[in-house]
Design a binder for this molecule. Structure first.
Ligand code: PLP
Length: 384
């Protein structure tokens, strides 16, 4: 072992088919990607509603930059909290139906603030085993005791809460980012009520897509409680960048006062908040886009029913096709690329070993013909 053995360490990753390659895109985010000068039909992003390149959002960003400049210049608590940031928080809280919201630069940073602010040494965090990496890291950072329960196993979560010490926090993705399935939020909330625990819900993939007018997982599941700490991200369905936490006003104030990744970072440019305000207005009236997404999902599941790989159970825009081995998943992704279709192969450690998959991600910006092209290529690949 040497301090400079990175080449050997990279070779070990390569030997396990775990090296990632970045592709440089020469087009705005959307189903029509251009990679190395070659047009590709992409099912690879999280822009579920097709807002990342929406003219109204782009224009709001442009106007926001003209009015507010390029940078905020300081953290929110020093001098970087401008009017659009304030308006965005009010709009987000109103939209998700919670008393107060606090905005963050990214979802990763929001999660890094939340868990350490809510639990510390001597406290207990009870976490779904398939939670997003940012929640895993945040739990470690908190120094609380972390008990991970098997995916969506409410009985196991209950056992983890029995006899847990200190303050108790249950944390889960609402929609699991590599599986597309949902957490049993109502059952988890009932559990939290019984054990005087908080329920932190990461709705990165539900905000804008699920629930009445896209209000997210709380609306979808019909739950409301001061125990719920709701986190949503703004770089996926909202098409821009950023995140927010919403909930009980005192709890949100506590996060603002003590969240380290909130306090010790420069505020996002106000122009992003302007773009997000425009995006939020579109989301609230985008039932047509959400209906299209549902139609795409139905088409995909219908047309892929006969292929030899299985679509994992999912009622969301994330439709993973389970392949198994790393090399096999990479080969299938490469096969699709030959047909001009880009679907990322997701491998460990992002997913458990032996469950490598193609993560098909649908968007309202896709057409029925796009779906047909994907299903046709997968059907072909299954025969050859
Ligand atoms: C993408 C994602 C995040 C991180 O959000 P960013 O804004 O991209 O940093 C957090 N949690 C989940 C479940 C995610 O899918």
């Amino acid at each position: 072992m040497s301090a400079l053995d990175f080449r050997a360490r990279l070779a070990a990753l390569a030997a396990d088919d775990l090296l990632r390659t970045r592709r440089v895109l020469d087009a705005a985010c959307g189903p029509r990607a251009v990679v190395d000068g070659r047009p590709l039909l992409a099912f690879a992003g999280n822009d579920y509603l097709g807002l990342a390149n929406h003219p109204d959002v782009v224009e709001a960003l442009r106007e926001g930059a003209s009015r507010w400049g390029a940078g905020a210049g300081a953290s929110h608590l020093v001098s970087g909290h401008q009017r659009p940031h304030e308006e965005l928080e009010a709009a987000l809280a109103a939209f998700v139906g919670l008393p107060r919201a606090l905005s963050f630069c990214t979802g990763y940073m929001a999660n890094l603030a939340i868990l350490p602010a809510l639990a510390g040494r001597g406290d207990t965090i009870v976490a779904d085993r398939l939670n997003h990496a940012s929640l895993v890291d945040a739990a470690q950072l908190s120094r609380a005791t972390v008990r991970r329960y098997p995916h969506n196993d409410v009985a196991a979560a209950a056992r983890a809460l029995e006899g847990a010490s200190g303050r108790k926090v249950v944390v889960t993705d609402a929609v699991f980012s590599m599986d597309g399935d949902m957490a049993p939020l109502a059952e988890l909330l009932a559990l939290c009520e019984r054990h005087d625990a908080l329920l932190v819900i990461d709705d990165a993939h539900g905000f804008g897509v699920l629930g009445e007018h896209g209000r997210g997982a709380l609306s979808h599941c019909g739950i409301a409680s001061p125990r719920v700490v709701y986190m949503g991200t703004l770089g996926k369905a909202a098409g821009v960048s950023g995140a927010f936490v919403a909930g009980d006003p005192d709890l949100v104030e506590w996060l603002m006062q003590t969240g380290r990744s909130y306090r010790y970072t420069t505020a996002a440019p106000a122009a992003l908040a302007c773009a997000l305000l425009a995006s939020l207005r579109i989301i609230a009236s985008a039932d047509d886009r959400r209906a299209l997404l549902a139609a795409h999902r139905a088409q995909l599941r219908r047309e892929l029913a006969p292929v030899r790989w299985t679509l994992m159970p999912s009622d969301t825009a994330i439709q993973p096709l389970l392949v198994g081995g790393n090399a096999e998943a990479l080969a299938l992704a490469a096969r699709l690329l030959e047909c001009g279709i880009w679907v990322p192969a997701i491998r460990p450690p992002t997913v458990p070993a032996g469950t490598a998959r193609l993560r098909i991600s649908l968007s309202a910006a896709h057409s029925a013909d796009d779906l047909a092209a994907l299903c046709g290529a997968l059907t072909e690949a299954g025969h050859g």
